[in-house]
Ligand binder design. Structure first.
Ligand code: SAM
Length: 281
């Protein structure tokens, strides 16, 4: 097989790699923030790569986008205002706007080119961009949180790239303190927290930093994501007061379609593997 027909992401430190057979390169550019590549693959639809790392494929993005949004939105008692830090492909925005309680969802991505390219190559993810409840900003999420007024948002979702480059400052205590202050009384912060198999130390550090920033309750949930390192991914929810309010009936009777999320998936995703429990003790 000609290696040029495959896109391969090597997972540094893990001794592994993930490859997809590609039909052709659709686009490549360097923005002020990151290197963009878009491929058409044989079996996963289109594939978005930033700085050499897989971000989104047409075929499997629903897993990530549904699991980073619906568990928190069905745990908050009445989510009206949501901020998405990162998330430039707009898939998380689309899921958030499925919730009828949400009056305003602001997506804050540092790089407008991610959204403009998603509009061309992932139009289905961008179908809610013109919803009157959606607001797209293109600035640094770190600055956005630093400048935020206290008690101004119900849920903050951090849908960012890995903690290197522009996203590095989204994974530390100073940022979490800013989020804590910006959140309203029952507010929640949700962040993609990488692979439980490969990045357990990161999950541990993230949870400790969230706790030190004042969050009273934490939940890490797990879901498959075959295009990301190890194929197994996580999100961590931090609650300002508690995370005991899962609106199970609302989840069971949800008024919108999903491909992965449902009430049983929600409950199952919160089960903690033995090795994680031991490490997080
Ligand atoms: N699902 C993906 C993953 O886990 O690999 C994340 C996808 S989303 C495309 C990540 C977004 O985070 C990118 O569009 C990038 O521009 C954005 N981003 C990175 N650092 C940021 C920052 N400091 N402020 C706002 N957005 C940021």
């Amino acid at each position: 097989m000609n290696p040029s027909e495959w896109f391969t992401e090597e997972h540094s430190g893990a001794g592994s790699a993930f490859s997809l057979k590609i039909k052709r390169k659709l686009h490549e550019e360097q923005s002020p923030f990151q290197h963009h590549e878009i491929y058409e693959t044989e079996t996963f639809g289109n594939l978005m790569i930033l700085d050499g790392c897989t971000m989104v494929s047409t075929r499997d993005n629903f897993l990530y986008h549904e699991m980073i949004s619906h568990p928190a939105l069905f745990t908050h008692p009445n989510p009206k205002k949501v901020w998405i830090i990162g998330g430039g492909d707009c898939g998380t925005l689309r899921e958030v706007l499925k919730h009828p309680t949400v009056e305003e969802a602001v997506q804050i991505d540092i790089d407008e080119r991610v959204t403009r390219l998603a509009e061309i190559y992932f139009p289905e993810l961008c179908e809610s961009n013109n919803n009157p409840r959606a607001d797209l900003k293109f600035i640094d999420g770190i600055k956005w949180i630093k400048d935020a007024a206290p008690n101004s948002v119900d849920i903050i979702i951090v849908d960012s790239t890995d903690p290197v480059g522009p996203a590095e400052g989204l994974f530390n205590e100073a940022f979490y303190r800013g989020c804590f202050a910006a959140l309203s009384e029952n507010g929640m912060l949700v962040q993609q927290s990488e692979s439980p198999l490969l990045h357990l130390e990161l999950i541990k550090d993230m949870r400790n930093a969230m706790k030190s920033s004042g969050f009273a309750a934490l939940q890490t949930l797990y879901f498959p994501q075959c295009i990301y390192p190890s194929g197994w991914w996580s999100a961590t929810i931090a609650g300002k007061t508690s995370l005991n309010g899962f609106r199970e009936q609302d989840s069971a009777n949800k008024l919108f379609d999903t491909l992965y999320y449902n009430v049983d998936i929600h409950k199952g995703a919160l089960a903690q593997p033995e090795f994680v429990k031991k490490a997080l003790r």
